[in-house]
Design a protein around this ligand. Structure first.
Ligand code: MCN
Ligand code: SMO
Length: 808
């Protein structure tokens, strides 16, 4: 195991694996030259607007379309040749739902598209939409999990027994181990409903290419190949007659890894009318009708010994799944990941968990950076602090008691996760050292001159990344990821083209994949072109999600380059008149007997001067396609410890982050600067989850945050300077020992910051805060509750801590 310093180990090659090279893609973005769906111009383009439901649950009694706009209006009945989106999981207990491309019969959430209208401009299309009248008959609204569970009237979906999408159970040695406990700690936690709010919303442009006899769909998507598969299926087209291109995408964060119904609608228009159509989601549509995430309710009971060593955990988790299951991940993903990842980095052996995803009258639930891991980290890490309070030890002492130890690696945990490598306790100790925990404790004892209270919070988590076939097969999703393919091709002038089916929309893969090829072939990265996100140009991949692209597609790039290298060497040897084993690899070329040939010379021989090639040259040439997945496909486990110091103002409830440190280990880093950028971006989103972001709904299912004045996001001033340290423990299962890490930054911050604020308020006897977002109002409430003599225990008894958990 190697532990390296803040900057990673010095890379062997200046542009290879481990090098901090600036991102190639930044040049176009910094100069405003990115090419997004909204930038595209096309003759005859019609813009699309949707008439959306104003009600959360209602029967559509009648739709009247004014004759003047009927020709530009589409209703579900007009789309008889398009099928509904069905995203079922094969998990037992799963109840099937169908999402029509446009609402049909009834509406199930505010903002659900009921009709689609097109015109030369979006403004005209919106005007046309006003000429459509819809009569609705109210149905009972299920605005939250509790209401949905208590339903006696019409359920969200026809033919269901109740409003529950799916229930998952786990029980492993629970009773026997819980019985040995000295202390029992009970807590409830809740995460608010959120939107993803990428800078670019949903965007799709589709047209019919008459020459290719093909539907071409430009879509801001993370998963172009999967979108082709489902569009072809829903529209009844051969997949060869559909091409999906994902151009520059302005952030995606999971929102764009599923089929959006608007994508299907616009593709249908282009297929039907054989001309171009486009839909660009506006901010209000995104905030109200776009998919939601994060709304998890937890009720945990921990059974520990007197030192705080956890023996068994009992968990009840309810997830507000919204109205529809999303394709292809289904609403099974969220409870599946929650039940499996709740134990995180800890070594306890008794576990019982019931997790339920419930259908409500809200937009469907979509994976969001971190997926369920942000929720489970929040619940587990707040519980660790609660145990520490109970047994009277420091929160980190209790964690060190419970973390899987390096000598136990690889460790198969209580939910059968194969924790592959790393030193979890060392990451926590390093984070404590960086934040200087003793100094923070001393400062707390002294008190602040301005009356603020100082608090220290920590959290350690695992980020299961690049989990593959067996995991998704167990979740029973409609599509199961397998081998990811990459094509590498040396160009006639000695450059390299890399083709991958994943999509980079901020992760920097146009650079990092070039670094991988540079490491193996030595070709300078400015001579390497990474082509991605076009089904017409790239090999199949299920796409970018689950922090998988580096491990899977990057692994395939590595393997393809390794397979290409001997062919290059063979030709080079022939050109030099030397045996392959006499060649030495130089920067961008080969040497033998005092002579050199470059990769350019080899390419020149293969493509343009084949008379110079050896007689036994491999006719496959200078192009290779390789499929790759790690031998163990259950994922690699990146982990990190985050720590923060905060100052809380008991007079205003305001919180300031004074210091924030990260010690992370994603195995071998391809580009430490990219890893740091990814982590900081994730932390900014995690701060949003912790302090600001929430889409509240009223009892009628009306979304109450419809603008960015109501939906609060962190800005530059809310994100502190973040200090970071890297360990590099290679994964035994992947190319270069690299592990995925794109989501990790977003996992820990809510847990760290809540723990820090609770620590700060402890001396005031305040109730523990356990419900996101942590607003000044909630801080003041918690303090007031403490003053009334209703500190945490009283609050718990009165059921005031977080929200009462819905029944399971
Ligand atoms: N990397 C590295 N060394 C490692 C691990 C990763 O240099 N050991 C680099 C990779 O080469 C890649 C980047 O870090 O350039 C992220 O790699 P990876 O962890 O494989 O994640 P993905 O590329 O699969 O990206 C998906 C992940 C997810 S699931 C979400 S959600 C997310 C995220 O990445 N959405 C993002 N980061 C995002 N960043 C931006 N800017 N925009 C989004 O929408
Ligand atoms: S939420 Mo990321 O696209 O797995």
């Amino acid at each position: 195991m190697t532990h390296s310093g803040e900057h990673g180990q010095a890379p062997a090659k200046p542009e290879g694996v481990g090098a901090r090279v600036p991102r190639k893609e930044d040049i176009r973005h910094l100069h405003g030259k990115g090419h997004f769906v909204a930038d595209m111009a096309m003759p005859g383009l019609s813009e699309v607007a949707f008439l959306r439901s104003p009600l959360a649950h209602a029967r559509i009694a009648a739709v009247r379309v004014d004759d003047s706009v009927r020709a530009f209006t589409v209703l579900r009945a007009d789309m008889a040749d398009a099928s509904d989106i069905v995203a079922d999981s094969t998990l037992p207990t799963y109840q099937s739902s169908a999402q029509p491309p446009l609402a049909c019969g009834k509406v199930r959430f505010v903002g659900e598209p009921v009709a689609m209208v097109f015109a030369a401009t979006r403004a005209e299309a919106e005007d046309y939409a006003e000429a459509i009248e819809v009569d609705y008959e109210d149905l009972p609204v299920y605005a939250d999990v509790a209401a949905a569970q208590a339903a006696t009237g019409e359920f969200v979906h026809p033919g269901w027994k109740n409003n529950v999408f799916v229930t998952l159970n786990a029980d492993r040695d629970f009773d026997a181990l819980a019985a040995q406990a000295d202390v029992v700690v009970h807590r409830r936690m809740r995460l608010a409903r959120q939107c993803m709010v990428p800078m670019e919303g949903k965007a799709v442009l589709a047209y019919w290419d008459h020459q290719a006899d093909q539907l071409v769909v430009y879509s801001a998507t993370q998963v172009p190949h999967m979108i082709r598969t489902i569009l072809a299926e829903c529209l009844g087209l051969d997949q060869g007659r559909v091409r999906v291109i994902s151009p520059d995408v302005g952030g995606a964060f999971g929102y764009k890894c599923v089929l959006q119904q608007e994508e299907l609608c616009v593709a249908w228009l282009a297929k039907t009318y054989r001309r171009p159509f486009r839909f660009i989601e506006d901010r209000r549509e995104h905030l109200t009708a776009g998919a939601n995430s994060r709304e998890h309710h937890y009720e945990l009971t921990a059974y520990a010994d007197r030192r705080g060593k956890l023996l068994a955990l009992d968990a009840r988790i309810a997830i507000d799944g919204g109205a529809y299951s999303v394709w292809p991940f289904t609403i099974g993903l969220e409870p599946g990941q929650a039940v499996g990842n709740l134990p995180g980095p800890y070594a306890f052996r008794g576990y019982r968990c019931v997790t339920q995803a419930v259908a409500t009258n809200k937009p469907g639930f979509v994976p969001y950076r971190g997926v369920a891991r942000t929720g489970v980290c929040f619940a587990m890490e707040l519980m660790m602090d609660a145990i520490a309070r109970e047994v009277g030890r420091e929160p980190w002492e209790v964690r060190l008691e419970n973390l899987v130890k390096p000598e136990q690696m690889p460790y198969v945990n209580v939910t059968n996760k194969h924790l592959d490598s790393g030193d979890y306790p060392a990451s926590l100790r390093k984070a404590l050292e960086m934040i200087d925990a003793p100094a923070v404790r001393a400062r707390q004892r002294l008190g602040e001159p301005d009356g603020r209270r100082i608090g220290l919070g920590v959290a350690t988590y695992t980020e299961q990344a690049a989990h593959g076939t067996s995991v998704f097969a167990a979740w029973g999703t409609p599509v199961i990821p397998g081998f990811d393919q990459a094509t590498v091709r040396i160009t006639p002038d000695g450059g390299l083209e890399i083709r991958v089916g994943v999509h980079s929309h901020g992760q920097g893969m146009e650079t990092t994949f070039a670094q991988i090829a540079n490491e193996i072939l030595g070709i300078p990265i400015n001579r390497i072109k990474v082509l991605h996100g076009d089904t017409g140009q790239t090999p199949f991949s299920t796409g970018t999600y689950a922090s998988r692209s580096l491990v899977m597609s990057g692994g395939a790039v590595s393997q393809a380059c390794k397979r290409l290298l001997p062919r290059v060497v063979h030709i080079a040897g022939h050109l030099l008149g030397a045996e392959a084993d006499q060649l030495s690899l130089r920067e961008d070329g080969f040497a033998a007997g005092g002579q050199t040939v470059s990769i350019k010379d080899v390419a020149d021989a293969w493509y343009l001067r084949p008379h110079r090639l050896p007689a036994d040259v491999d006719p496959a040439g200078l192009e290779v396609t390789v499929g790759y997945k790690p031998k163990v496909d259950t994922g690699c486990f990146t982990y990190a410890s985050h720590a923060a110091t905060v100052a809380v103002d008991p007079a205003t409830g305001g919180v300031e982050i004074l210091d924030y440190v990260v010690v992370e280990d994603c195995g071998t880093m391809i580009n430490p600067m990219v890893v740091e950028g990814q982590t900081i971006g994730g932390i900014a989103q995690g701060i949003g989850t912790a302090f600001y972001e929430e889409t509240p709904y009223d009892a009628n299912g009306q979304p109450l945050a419809s603008t960015l004045a109501d939906y609060m996001l962190p800005g530059a001033t809310e994100v502190p300077h973040i200090r970071m340290h890297h360990f590099e423990t290679p994964s035994p299962h992947t190319e270069f020992g690299a592990k995925g890490m794109g989501e990790g930054g977003a996992i820990a911050p809510p847990a760290v910051l809540f723990n820090a604020v609770n620590d700060a308020l402890r001396s005031l006897g305040a109730a523990e805060l356990a419900e996101t977002p942590l607003t000044p109002h909630r801080v003041l409430q918690a303090i007031a509750q403490g003053r009334r003599g209703g500190g945490n225990e009283a609050a718990l008894a009165a059921g005031h801590q977080a929200e009462p958990a819905p029944a399971i």
